[in-house]
Design a protein. Structure first.
Length: 692
């Protein structure tokens, strides 16, 4: 209930001068000096003095426990002097200050002592949250305020955030009688463990006995994969990029073959979620998961997906015909798609990826982001030195986000480069969320953008392929959302909102990574400093829309399958039989007998019933782009409207009302589907023009 991916209570930031700031292109295109981790007068992690050493986490944990006890006492005090929701948010903030900081350090810090201390804090915070989730006095006091009003003044934002806290309580069954409440606790624990086990199973390679395979399959796989000590083949990936069609087919079928252990884990996960939902009073797990989203319910999601499917099926036929021609007019099978589309896109570009990367140095891309944010939101990314002890690894950058009239908005730490033990996924972490402080000042948000770029010393600046540029812009879309959020409460600040809303600003930034009228302002050859030629710009932009319909249809199929898994009663069909049935209606290629690719789909764990969110966010971004930004992508008036009417609210308004108010039209399944189709059709027209 209380914990919602949030922060550490680091000190408020200083004022500073930016008159002598170097261009970001220069700063990010040269090696960063290595930090001195063991010097006198260190600050602590993220500037927190108590975290100079790993022992500080233990002291931080004990102080957090004391603070939480005090807030709980205040909430339950009939003579409290403050608005109840404000106290709840301070309780949430106190927990998240440590929990989010510890979660990040647990995954990012190379020092095992820090990792162990952070893990200890994560466990302790989860224990406290479980205890608070079952505190009926907290729930009773909050429910009374929501039903009858507070004795202290309440705003609409107070009521909305209070209702979110109340809903989080009821998700955990606190309103149920004791036996059912304990059942919910047990189910939640089982779901957590089962999800972790399924995630582990997803990553496991398939171990197959080559003597039980046809000779031709055994021979082709033995050339690609290694054997274990027992003489069995280790098939760890489906070889979807291979030029050999026999290898692609064999690897696809073996890698995606049935697996009883994984099937049981997925069945148990879905069944437990369904039981949890029913126990808490929801018709299905999807109803529970979508309660405060833009969609609000599964019916909205399925109506949107069905409308979109009817339009995509027509358009994807052309895509598959194009693939078939490139496949010597042979039938296109699921194992061919990735290889063929990559091959056709590369031929369309007519330039090698390194040719494009030469115009996308990391420094120039960062300068491009700065230019975009300055034009849209009147803000700048200003480099600041990281003091000894403030960082967690070498080769970090720190950016102050400053508004030209409002001053400092927050900090973005850039952890861009590969290192041993670092997670491989690009991501955005909220280390501290913004909130209004008791003295009416504002708690400065802090986030980390994490990438996995390879820096080769003495090889010049880091050059990014176009796909990596999109990833960079996507993650900075999240980061700027966190910076621009100006809610009163940290519980709903920035990206702490519905999943189908949280991805909207980041997907919108992907447009800025591919639009010629934007790229031409910052993409310069790292040696000659000449801008990208017009022909290259057009080819790159057009390539974004090649196979857009068939690729979106695949995402739609994933989304439909996710909805069915989380709305249907378990065991009505096996997960594989349900997949095969739905593939006929929602995908352009047939199901492959004796395969079960859903057992490798890790998103069922973190995005259960919410996988559709990316398509909704993409629809919102497409509508925003074509309605407000297409003719003038750097328009400051439109940027300010996006900031003040949407981004600054975070999750502080009901999600569908927020986006409807910003778009100035009701958000309906028809609007979302038509926005995506319009985007594809306009892109296809550009692709045809580019090919001539």
């Amino acid at each position: 209930m209380i914990l919602r991916k949030t922060i550490h209570d680091v000190r408020c930031a200083k004022k500073y001068s930016v008159a002598l700031a170097k261009p970001l292109s220069e700063l990010f295109n040269q090696p960063k000096p290595k930090f001195k981790f063991f010097v006198k007068n260190q600050t602590g992690l993220f500037g927190a003095p108590e975290l100079i050493s790993f022992e500080g986490f233990y002291a931080f944990k004990e102080q957090t426990k004391i603070d939480c006890d005090n807030f709980v006492d205040e909430i339950c005090n009939p003579n409290r002097k403050r608005n109840l929701v404000t106290i709840f948010d301070q309780l949430s903030n106190s927990l998240c200050c440590l929990a989010d900081m510890a979660e990040f350090i647990r995954t990012a810090h190379p020092d095992k002592s820090f990792v162990a201390a952070a893990e200890d804090c994560c466990i302790s915070m989860n224990t406290i949250v479980e205890k608070l989730n079952t505190n009926k006095d907290l729930y009773t006091n909050l429910k009374q305020v929501i039903l009858d009003g507070d004795k202290h003044p309440m705003t609409e934002e107070d009521r909305h955030v209070g209702e979110l806290f109340l809903f989080d309580f009821e998700l955990n069954g606190i309103h149920l009688e004791e036996r059912k409440r304990q059942y919910v606790v047990n189910l939640n624990n089982f779901i957590l463990v089962t999800g972790q086990r399924f995630m582990t199973a997803v990553e496991k390679p398939r171990i197959v006995d080559p003597t039980k395979l046809p000779d031709v399959v055994s021979k082709v796989l033995s050339k690609e994969y290694r054997y274990n000590s027992g003489g069995k083949l280790i098939v760890g990936h489906p070889s979807s990029h291979s030029e050999d069609p026999v290898l692609r087919e064999a690897a696809f079928k073996v890698y995606n073959g049935p697996n009883a252990e994984s099937e049981e884990l997925l069945d148990n996960l879905l069944e437990s979620r369904h039981k949890l939902a029913l126990t808490c009073g929801f018709p299905s797990y999807a109803h529970r998961a979508l309660k405060n989203s833009i969609a609000e319910n599964p019916s909205f999601v399925m109506e949107f997906l069905n409308i979109l499917n009817s339009e995509l099926r027509i358009r994807s036929v052309f895509d598959y015909k194009t693939m078939k021609r490139a496949n010597n007019n042979d039938i296109v099978s699921p194992w061919d798609v990735q290889y063929l589309t990559n091959k056709i896109k590369q031929n369309h570009l007519q330039y090698a990826m390194i040719d494009y990367a030469s115009y996308f140095s990391l420094g120039d891309c960062m300068e491009g982001l700065n230019m975009i944010f300055n034009s849209l939101y009147n803000i700048n990314l200003v480099f600041e030195d990281i003091t000894p002890g403030e960082g967690w690894a070498e080769q970090l950058y720190k950016l102050a986000v400053t508004h030209n009239t409002e001053g400092l908005l927050g900090y973005i730490y850039c952890d861009f480069f590969e290192r041993t033990g670092k997670l491989h996924n690009d991501s955005h972490y909220v280390v501290r969320g913004g909130r209004q402080l008791p003295d009416n000042s504002y708690q400065t948000p802090i986030v980390v953008v994490m990438l996995n770029v390879v820096w080769r010393e003495n090889h010049g600046p880091v050059l990014l392929h176009p796909g990596s540029v999109e990833n960079l812009f996507h993650e900075f879309g999240h980061a700027i959302h966190s910076m621009l959020g100006r809610t009163r409460y940290q519980h709903v600040n920035g990206t702490r909102c519905a999943t189908d809303l949280a991805e909207f600003p980041s997907v919108l930034m992907e447009y800025y990574a591919t639009q010629p009228q934007v790229i031409k302002h910052y993409a310069k050859h790292f040696k000659t400093r000449q801008p990208m030629p017009e022909d290259m710009l057009k080819k790159l932009y057009a390539s974004k829309y090649l196979f857009a319909a068939s690729e979106m249809q695949l995402q739609l199929f994933y989304s439909v399958l996710d909805q069915y898994y989380h709305t249907q009663a378990p065991q009505s069909l096996s997960t594989t039989n349900m997949l095969a049935k739905l593939q006929v209606e929602y995908y352009g290629l047939p199901y492959v007998k004796d395969t079960a690719w859903q057992l490798h789909f890790s998103h069922f764990v973190g995005y259960g019933a919410k996988y559709y969110s990316y398509l909704v966010s993409k629809a919102l971004a497409a509508h925003t782009w074509h309605s407000f930004l297409n003719n003038d992508p750097l328009n400051g008036i439109q940027g300010e409207r996006l900031r003040t009417e949407c981004l600054q609210y975070g999750g502080g308004k009901p999600a569908r009302k927020l986006v409807s108010d910003y778009l100035r039209t009701p958000v309906t399944p028809e609007l979302l589907a038509s926005s995506l189709i319009q985007d594809i059709d306009q892109g296809n027209e550009i692709s045809k023009f580019s090919a001539t």
